[in-house]
Design a protein around this ligand. Structure first.
Ligand SMILES: O=c1ccn([C@@H]2O[C@H](COP(=O)(O)OP(=O)(O)O[C@H]3O[C@@H](CO)[C@H](O)[C@H]3O)[C@@H](O)[C@H]2O)c(=O)[nH]1
Ligand code: MN
Length: 363
């Protein structure tokens, strides 16, 4: 049985790493009382709250937090017609927060994710671990069997080529969840009582050429390296699919990271996922995705981006063309999605007109 770290007031307040270079993005339809338990870790940082659903509803944010909040009216006002690429009534709306941020790094977390405890019972500062993951190189070209060689007490093992030990810049840090695991609806239905109680003390780089199911509830990334590819797609209201927002983004960023020589890590930190969403509602959202993905995955596995795609934006636009060309035959939805991917890049470049940060770094 795992429990959240409810009393974090006594948690040691370490130096807030990257305090002025990182935004915390939270998609929400609820009041944000959960921030109270994260206060020792989040209070020094700026929050970007993306309020989904009814824009007339007031979202309560606990005192003491520095934040900006955007509802659907704000998104429509800022993006105009381009707002059509931002999902409504789905957590995918969070990617608007990535676009309006001006910081180098992003951490995104759901409002039902609480502070977890490590096996010693200590409250886990998930943000601090994500930052460590992002600031250390990744090793996508050769698997290190002692996992992350840059962690305290670990290193490259015998036989690891010295020419590869410098590693590559880390673009994404994918965290995990104790208690309610991120299962799809069929699995949730078959195993309604299953809880993840296993704390695996490991961080590893996902090898080049390998896709993975990216979950958006405990995720951090280097916005300047990969931000323009972190589009969470067209989901929710008016769309034939939901709960594939983070998955779609994860497949796109992974093929682009592989192409640009950037790293993606998964493992620590853990958060405590407090509640399971409704499996029947989830099944309705997911079902087309469950069979579509049997064609989507081979598509991404076969993606080969041209050499002249040297920035994230160029890669992403090329990917959108491939989606239209190769996935459009599955369903007209993919034509719409491909167009929305282009709109997303146009909106990104419009809101982030200057500096390498926003033009995507050259590989
Ligand atoms: O219409 C909505 C519904 C929810 N939100 C906010 O999004 C996150 C996640 O919501 P919730 O925890 O209720 O749902 P989960 O099924 O646990 O979410 C996981 O599944 C993925 C589905 O896309 C998602 O990436 C995971 O996080 C909360 O903060 C809600 O407040 C919303 O904005 N709009
Ligand atoms: Mn949840």
């Amino acid at each position: 049985m795992v429990e959240p770290a409810t009393d974090t007031k006594s948690a040691v307040r370490t130096v807030a790493l990257l305090k002025d270079e990182l935004d915390i993005v939270i998609p929400t339809i609820r009041n944000l009382d959960f921030l109270e338990m994260w206060r020792p870790f989040f209070e020094p940082y700026h929050l970007i709250i993306v309020q989904d659903g009814d824009p007339t509803k007031t979202i309560k944010v606990p005192d003491g937090f520095d934040y900006e909040l955007y509802n659907r009216n704000d998104i429509n006002k800022i993006l105009g017609p381009k707002a059509s690429c931002i999902s409504f009534k789905d957590s995918a709306c969070r990617c608007f927060g990535y676009m309006v941020s001006k910081k180098k790094y992003i951490f995104t977390i759901d409002d039902d994710c609480f502070v977890a405890k490590d096996p010693s019972g200590k409250a886990i500062n998930a943000l601090e671990q994500h930052i460590k993951n992002l600031l250390c190189p990744s090793t996508p070209f050769f698997f290190n069997t002692l996992y992350d060689p840059f962690r305290e007490g670990a290193d490259f093992v015998r036989g690891y080529p010295f020419s590869l030990r410098e590693g590559v810049p880390t673009a994404v840090s994918h965290g995990l969840w104790l208690n309610i695991p991120d299962y799809d609806a069929p699995t949730q239905l078959v195993k309604p009582l299953e809880r993840n109680t296993r704390y695996v003390d490991a961080v590893m780089t996902i090898p080049k050429g390998t896709l993975f199911p990216m979950c958006g509830m405990n995720l951090a990334f280097h916005r300047e390296l990969i931000g323009p590819a972190m589009y969470f797609g067209l989901m929710g209201d008016g769309q034939p699919i939901g709960r594939y927002d983070d998955m779609w983004a994860g497949w796109c960023i992974k093929v682009i990271c592989d192409h640009l020589g950037l790293g993606v890590k998964t493992g620590l930190p853990y958060i405590y996922h407090s509640k399971a969403s409704n499996p029947f509602v989830n099944l309705r959202k997911e079902y087309k995705g469950i069979f579509w993905q049997e064609e989507i995955i081979p598509f991404f596995q076969a993606v080969s981006l041209p050499k002249d795609c040297t920035t994230v934006q160029k890669c992403y636009i090329e990917l959108a063309k491939m989606v239209k060309d190769k996935l459009g035959k599955i369903d007209p939805y993919f034509d719409k999605l491909a167009d929305a991917m282009v709109t997303w890049i146009d909106a990104w470049d419009e809101l982030n007109p200057t500096g390498a940060a926003n033009k995507g770094k050259k590989a």
